[in-house]
Design a protein around this ligand. Structure first.
Ligand SMILES: Nc1ncnc2c1ncn2[C@@H]1O[C@H](COP(=O)(O)OP(=O)(O)OP(=O)(O)O)[C@@H](O)[C@H]1O
Ligand SMILES: [Mg+2]
Length: 153
């Protein structure tokens, strides 16, 4: 699906993604600097009930959020020098089945990340962003259908 999302729309759009992905999903967030990847991640995490702040994990590389019956991992791999570093971080022990993964700059982690269920592509639009969601698994396809129905309703 494709949608034009203003900054004001982001909380609601993120919430619909979070609700559809509650049972677990790996999301790759692709887009150049400043396209809104962190803003969308924050919207998903807060939409799932997190009431505190969600900061960009630029230096920590990953920030986990323990939500009701669910964990969300927010990655920002921009500063990752080598995908192998993810091994040292213990990425193999992260729950890749029942958790939500929001991964900024996934190309920096090539070979060390689980395959995506959903790839989110951000492009610039006048006073907004064009956001495209592509399914890369049966689960991801179904989740996008749920998001589309919620968003277009
Ligand atoms: N849907 C939107 N429409 C217009 N502006 C937006 C939208 N979403 C976020 N922004 C603005 O874009 C700027 C960058 O947002 P953000 O930090 O989320 O980008 P990012 O993709 O995470 O950047 P980086 O690549 O540096 O991690 C912020 O100033 C934010 O307010
Ligand atoms: Mg960011």
């Amino acid at each position: 699906m494709k949608a034009t999302i203003t900054e004001m729309d982001m909380p609601a759009f993120g919430k619909s993604i979070g609700e559809a992905c509650r049972t677990g999903s790996i999301l790759y967030l692709n887009g150049t600097l400043g396209m809104g990847k962190t803003t969308l991640s924050r919207s998903v995490i807060q939409g799932l009930g997190w009431s505190e702040s969600v900061k960009s994990p630029t230096y920590t590389l990953v920030e986990p959020y323990e939500l009701d019956n669910l964990i969300a991992y927010h990655f920002d791999l921009y500063r990752l020098a080598d995908p192998e570093e993810l091994e040292f971080m213990g990425i193999r022990d992260y729950d890749a089945t029942n958790a939500i993964w929001l991964v900024e700059w996934p190309e920096k982690g090539t070979g060390m990340l689980p395959c995506p269920d959903i790839v989110v592509q951000f492009t610039d639009a006048t006073d907004a962003r064009q956001i495209e969601l592509q399914g890369h698994s049966d689960r991801g396809e179904a989740q996008i259908e749920t998001i589309r129905n919620a968003w277009e309703a």
